[in-house]
Design a protein around this ligand. Structure first.
Ligand code: SF4
Ligand code: SF4
Length: 447
């Protein structure tokens, strides 16, 4: 299959990154790629989705990877996985044996080995320049579930209507389920994970390091990886709720410029010019020794190592950097075009943040339990399917209230001449409402 045909199928089939920002998959296809990487790092504590999907669907995933590699002309396919994911490693090793250009590379058991800039360096030795995308160094990265979605579109004519989601933390039965897009977190917690084990709860959408707090009536999208229920007073929740003004005042009195945040920053260790300690000095003292640490906030990936692991004073470099970065963007101030870079640090391999230690440090060891994957059908009375589920332009509604729709039918088309993918109905049912934000569908036979 050529790139054009593959791109068209993926755009119409609704394939976008299954996690993270949800970059439309068709837009990643490029003839400049000599290497395709399957990212199965899954480096955030608690999440156990991609390794289980890879174990179960290794044959399908390797087949789709081979189609992608052929279409773009890549001569190398790397499966990036951790040795400790034994089931996934065994399954994918057997499936990959059918392909001459496939190789398995083991990632270190550190956080954030799944940051694609880190994954690319670990598996190819190439450094993506600050502010650039992987194709700059001839690489395209897909995560496991995204590639399974590609397989389903190509081989089963099945568009993206569901998302694997790990439900964990303060729930009776942690699980990874195949959830219809548009179902509420509440229904998944109650109907699939046996309900909560605390009444004083808070919910994180995604992993504990990079996920954000959300409401129980939020709905599953193409990027929902996990629903993590924690006690409201949990350390992680308190840190995510911190007031940036108070953080700044605390930084003024407590930042001792020890540089631990910079020394452990994974992007800094790769030679990128982000220096959280320099930023903290400037932001908290008002004495700007140099404007670069402020502009270089653009090169922070938001991993949270600096504030949730490195800083012994409990300060919040990441939160303050994100606030600052957003302000620069609002003001139209762009990051430097040719930022100064440094060679990869010689001590980088000694400064990896052990995932086990990180999990303990942020108080999550007790929740680090199995969450077995189930493909059993999960249904709801209603589905609130968002029009904007990925980076780029929202899809454009193609149905009206009162219409009957079938599972897999296009309900919103990819926006024309824009980075966008189509959206499909997760079930047979009736369209109840169409707004500029979502389409509400009542399941056939539902309430
Ligand atoms: S680790 Fe904390 S105290 Fe040390 S320089 Fe960074 S923000 Fe300041
Ligand atoms: S969040 Fe902190 S550690 Fe992570 S890239 Fe940004 S500055 Fe570096």
């Amino acid at each position: 299959m050529n790139i054009k045909d593959l791109a068209s199928l993926l755009r119409e089939g609704g394939a976008a990154g299954a996690g993270g920002a949800g970059f439309p998959s068709y837009a990643k296809l490029s003839e400049d790629a000599d290497t395709i990487i399957l990212n199965c790092a899954e480096c955030e504590p608690i999440l156990k989705l991609h390794r289980q999907v890879l174990e179960k669907y290794a044959f399908e995933i390797t087949k789709a990877l081979s189609v992608i590699a052929d279409a773009v002309g890549a001569d190398r396919v790397i499966i990036a996985v951790k040795k400790s994911y034994k089931g996934a490693v065994a399954a994918v090793s057997a499936a990959a044996a059918d392909y001459k250009n496939f190789e398995i590379k083991f990632l270190p058991e550190v956080y954030p080995s799944g940051d694609e800039v880190v994954t690319i360096y670990e598996t190819t030795g190439r450094v993506v320049p600050p502010g650039s995308i992987p194709i700059t160094v001839g690489v395209t990265v897909f995560n496991v579930e995204t590639v399974l979605n590609v397989y389903n579109i190509l081989e089963k004519n099945k568009p993206v209507t569901h998302k694997y989601v790990t439900i964990a933390g303060e729930v009776k039965t942690p699980k990874t389920v195949y959830a219809p897009i548009g179902i509420t977190f509440k229904e998944l917690i109650e109907n699939c994970a046996g309900g909560m084990t605390t009444s004083d709860y808070a919910i994180i959408n995604g992993g504990p390091m990079m996920g954000g707090e959300c409401g129980i009536y939020d709905t599953v999208t193409k990027t929902t990886n996990a629903i993590l229920v924690l006690p409201r007073e949990h350390y992680i929740i308190q840190r995510k709720r911190a007031d940036v003004k108070i953080d700044t005042r605390r930084a003024m009195s407590s930042c001792c410029q020890c540089r631990m945040c910079t020394d452990l920053c994974p992007r800094h260790l790769l030679g990128h010019p982000i220096e959280p300690s320099e930023f903290m000095h400037a932001a908290s003292s008002g004495t700007i020794r140099d404007i670069e640490p402020m502009l270089n906030t653009a090169f922070c990936c938001g991993c949270g190592v600096c504030e949730l692991y490195a800083c012994g004073q409990g300060l919040s470099p990441r939160t303050m950097i994100v606030e600052y970065k957003n302000a620069l963007r609002r003001e139209g101030i762009k990051p430097p075009k040719s930022p100064k870079t440094a060679p990869v640090s010689k001590v980088r391999s000694f400064r990896g943040v052990s995932k086990e230690r990180l999990t303990a440090r942020i108080g999550l060891t007790k929740y680090e339990v199995d969450s077995p994957l189930s493909d059993e059908s999960v249904t709801s009375g209603e589905y609130k399917v968002k029009l904007s589920q990925h980076i780029g332009a929202p899809s454009v509604a193609a149905v009206e209230a009162g219409e009957h729709v079938t599972a897999g039918q296009v309900i919103a088309k990819a926006a024309e001449s824009a980075l966008s993918v189509s959206t499909h109905s997760p079930a047979d049912g009736e369209v109840i409402a169409v707004t500029d934000k979502y389409i509400l569908i009542r399941q056939e036979g539902g309430k």
